[in-house]
Design a protein. Structure first.
Length: 213
């Protein structure tokens, strides 16, 4: 009787443990995706931007990469990808706009936007998990997710950075920031279209939470 009891007990003890660990640990694929999206953001950032406004803060494709990281990888991995990108830039690698890098960028007028990027990826990723459970209207809903993340993180913190580092009063900082809104709308729409295509091809990319089309 004792051998039979041991045989039946061991699988019962091991089953929940393996399920719990497999659901929480990142594997090599997760880490690779984080690294790839960090590199993607860097590549989009160093493409020539369009200087705008009196301070010359450029319009770049950085935010496209940030939103893609959030809505393609989800909140955890997307945020990790953006943080990896920021760390690479802050330690001196020339991955910010204009091939810049180092902690000196935090004293510039664009510092608020950079600080907001991980939060934007987190918010967009959380909203994407909800959106991708639906079978319909994914593009417009992901677009709204990106736009919402941008409006509640990137633009408010960007305005704060303009006020602190450039010494602009609130009305002028808001006016400077408003120049970037049309471009953000287009980039968020493009991010939504790309993300839907990616999730259609890889429906389990968000750990099985995105339903197959």
């Amino acid at each position: 009787m004792q051998p039979a009891e041991k045989i039946t007990a061991d699988p019962v003890r091991s089953r929940p443990s393996s399920g719990r660990l497999s659901g929480r640990r990142w594997d090599a694929t997760d880490l690779s995706l984080v690294a790839v999206f960090a590199a993607l953001i860097a590549a989009l950032a160093i493409l020539p931007g369009i200087p705008m406004g009196p301070l010359g803060v450029p319009i770049t494709l950085q935010t496209l990469g940030v939103m893609l990281a959030g809505i393609v990888l989800g909140p955890a991995r997307g945020t990790a990808a953006v943080l990896l990108y920021l760390v690479a830039g802050l330690i001196g690698l020339p991955v910010f706009s204009g091939f810049s890098g180092g902690f000196g960028v935090l004293a510039g007028p664009s510092a608020g936007y950079l600080v907001a990027f991980p939060l934007a990826a987190l918010v967009a990723g959380l909203l994407a998990v909800v959106v991708l459970r639906r079978q319909r209207f994914r593009v417009p809903l992901l677009f709204l997710a990106c736009l919402s993340a941008s409006l509640v993180t990137i633009h408010p913190l960007g305005i704060a950075g303009l006020m602190v580092n450039a010494g602009l009063p609130l009305p002028e900082a808001v006016a400077v920031d408003a120049v970037y809104l049309p471009g953000d709308v287009l980039k968020n729409l493009l991010a939504a279209v790309i993300a839907v295509s990616v999730h259609r091809a890889f429906p389990r990319l968000l750990a099985g939470r995105a339903a197959r089309d």
